[in-house]
Design a protein around this ligand. Structure first.
Ligand SMILES: Nc1nc2c(ncn2[C@@H]2O[C@H](COP(=O)(O)OP(=O)(O)OP(=O)(O)O)[C@@H](O)[C@H]2O)c(=O)[nH]1
Ligand SMILES: [Zn+2]
Length: 213
């Protein structure tokens, strides 16, 4: 990316991987950020980095790698913890004065897409848990890839990160893609009657560090 936020192409060897399309200021209720749009080469999906401060060559940058969740992030659904986690991450970055939320589109429903996630909700309404529902639909439990997130963090010039997550797999995957993950920062949200069994399943079957008894 250049300093004017104009389009530039990232390469690995001679192969183009993704383009930094554009950036601008983004005032939010959590303060002022800069929004950057990235697009993997040959794809139409547009990923976003919401940045606070100049991250170039910085160590221990607060980072949230957030999977798109239309129902939780935009509509305020209480079936999951996504919306609250996104808000908490932006608030924490804002008060730290530095950090980034990498918002991954195409990750909806842990990669199965919105319609399939809603199909999974139908099955959960009939008593299946979040993992069983995907399997009943003949779909994988989690097909998210984090390579583009690693490229975005590298494009921003970040040296090492403190990752805001409860998901150890996310830390591991980012590290495999070359991200220097120094520390995990928990992103714990309130339990409600709507999300308690969902959170419990994430802890028991997906290994999330949620600290239920
Ligand atoms: N298939 C499916 N996806 C869901 C369900 N509830 C939320 N999601 C999706 O799950 C993704 C978020 O993943 P989570 O497992 O909640 O959390 P995580 O990103 O792995 O880990 P954290 O960093 O701790 O938030 C979002 O893309 C949501 O759309 C569900 O019941 N079924
Ligand atoms: Zn969600």
């Amino acid at each position: 990316m250049n300093n004017n936020g104009e389009q530039q192409t990232a390469t690995a060897g001679s192969a183009r991987i993704f383009d930094h399309i554009v950036s601008s200021l983004l005032p939010t209720r959590h303060g002022e950020f800069r929004i950057h749009v990235y697009q993997p080469v040959g794809e139409t999906v547009e990923h976003v980095a919401i940045v606070k401060g100049d991250l170039k060559d910085q160590e221990r940058v607060l980072v949230r790698v957030h999977s798109e969740c239309l129902t939780g992030d935009v509509l305020g659904s209480m079936r999951c913890d996504c919306g609250e986690q996104l808000d908490a991450a932006l608030a924490k970055i804002s008060s730290a004065g530095q950090g980034v939320v990498v918002y991954l589109r195409g990750h909806e429903g842990r990669g199965i897409g919105l319609a399939n996630k809603i199909r999974a909700y139908q099955l959960q309404d009939q008593g299946r848990d979040t993992v069983e529902a995907n399997l009943d639909l003949g779909l994988p439990v989690d097909i998210r890839d984090y390579q583009v997130a690693a490229h975005i963090l590298s494009d921003l010039g970040i040296k090492s990160i403190c990752l805001m997550t409860n998901n150890p797999r996310k830390m591991m995957k980012l590290a495999e893609y070359g991200v220097n993950v120094i520390e995990r920062v928990p992103v714990l949200t309130a339990h409600t009657p709507h999300n308690i069994s969902y959170l419990r399943t994430k802890q028991e079957k997906l290994g999330h560090m949620l600290d239920f008894e």
